[in-house]
Design a binder for this molecule. Structure first.
Ligand SMILES: [Cu+2]
Length: 110
């Protein structure tokens, strides 16, 4: 493939990814006092979705799940986007790896 053709294919690929990301269901989680608010979110099975996690504490947190294999640091006062799924129906735990005593939550996939 020529370099130009490759560039076109690449830009089309990025474009369709951007459109899909915009259409994707989106959920918000806030970390406050080292807890997730809400501590439970319900999402559709078989669909990719995104979760925005914002940290209102003055210390770093880490959004983590062994059940759906994600791990991402959330700095104080900042927000991250985590792409998850598609998942089968079930309960998927997540936690704040830096504050596991209090930072626990669950995704209900149905
Ligand atoms: Cu971790």
């Amino acid at each position: 493939m020529s370099r130009r053709a490759f560039a076109i294919v690449l830009s089309l690929g990025l474009f369709s990814t951007a459109v899909l990301a915009a259409d994707m269901p989106q959920y918000k989680l806030t970390i406050k006092d080292h807890k997730f608010e809400p501590a439970q979110i319900t999402v559709p099975a078989g669909t990719k979705f995104k979760v925005l996690v914002s940290n209102r504490d003055g210390t770093p947190s880490e959004f983590e799940s062994n059940d759906f294999n994600r791990e991402k640091i959330v700095l104080p006062g900042s927000e991250i986007t985590v792409f998850i799924g598609p998942l089968d129906k079930g309960r998927y735990k997540f936690f704040d790896d830096f504050h596991q005593d209090t930072g626990q939550g669950v995704l209900i996939v149905e």
